[in-house]
Design a protein around this ligand. Structure first.
Ligand SMILES: [Zn+2]
Ligand SMILES: [Zn+2]
Length: 269
């Protein structure tokens, strides 16, 4: 549910190439996303073209009728740019909108530089407080890569092994409680498993807290951008979800929430 194509400027494979790959690997389907950003310093700002993107997904659907190919949008900083984003996609049927936090003011949390200016725990706390703002009036279905500041933290050479559910239990419960009460789906993003921090976003303690609070709506996302990391970590992600007590994974088709079983024995082909 998190596969970038050449309709994002930072990704290298087309919709058709990724669909062929999914088919060859025996996947039943995949969910594309295209970056839709408005932050003035973001390298993706200004690149999104809804018509071009949807035409490319449609072509991949025609070539691969055996797959369920979903077409989504990843909106950066939806608490700031959500209504601008909605203006950009109005009248076009996207299957889902994913909300992502990449920037804290003028600091990119995915990179190391913010950690030169702000202490690591302060970055993390501000990240969760801003996520709570994003959830106040969410114009998105899926919350992307919760806790992705660990990527920047690891790049800055810092230890990422702290547990935020112990450091700020009330804040984390507020964030995950808002995810649940607003009907937002929590993404388990597996791209960090291949990075120095070797963790999913969210980390396992955060995922378990979400489950213990009654959360059941999770998607799996590889955050694919290019080779050699296409669909990386999905099997590991599935194992983590099963161990944390989830039985089903979600996806959104035309805005409607659907499920598939996580346990391999429950899947029939
Ligand atoms: Zn993102
Ligand atoms: Zn993404």
């Amino acid at each position: 549910m998190h596969v970038h194509t050449t309709n994002s400027p930072d990704a290298a494979l087309t919709e058709s190439e990724l669909a062929h790959r999914a088919s060859a690997e025996g996947l039943a389907g995949l969910g594309f996303v295209a970056h839709l950003d408005f932050h003035p310093s973001d390298s993706c700002t200004g690149f999104f073209d809804g018509a071009r993107y949807q035409a490319a997904v449609q072509e991949a659907r025609t070539q691969n009728p055996e797959l369920t190919l979903l077409c989504g949008v990843e909106v950066g900083e939806p608490h700031l740019y959500g209504s601008k984003a909605m203006d950009s996609i109005r009248g076009r049927n996207f299957d889902y909108v994913t909300g992502a936090l990449h920037w804290l003011d003028d600091h990119l949390v995915l990179g190391p530089d913010v950690f030169k200016a702000v202490s690591p725990h302060e970055v993390a706390e501000r990240y969760y407080r801003t996520t709570l703002e994003m959830l106040e009036n969410p114009l998105f279905h899926i919350l992307a890569h919760l806790g992705i500041f660990r990527r920047g933290m690891a790049l800055a050479g810092l230890n990422t092994s702290f547990d935020e559910t112990l450091l700020w239990p009330g804040l984390l419960e507020d964030v995950l409680g808002a995810v649940i009460s607003r009907g937002i789906v929590l993404e388990l993003n597996t791209s960090g498993l291949r990075r120095r921090e070797k963790t999913t976003y969210p980390s396992i303690p955060v995922l378990k807290l979400y489950r213990s609070l009654g959360g059941t709506h999770v998607t799996l996302g590889s955050d694919t951008h290019r080779e050699p990391w296409v669909f990386f970590g999905l099997e590991e992600g599935r194992r983590i979800l099963l161990e944390a007590g989830f039985e089903n994974c979600r996806y959104l088709h035309d805005g409607e929430l659907k499920s598939y079983p996580l346990h391999p024995r429950a899947i029939t082909r």
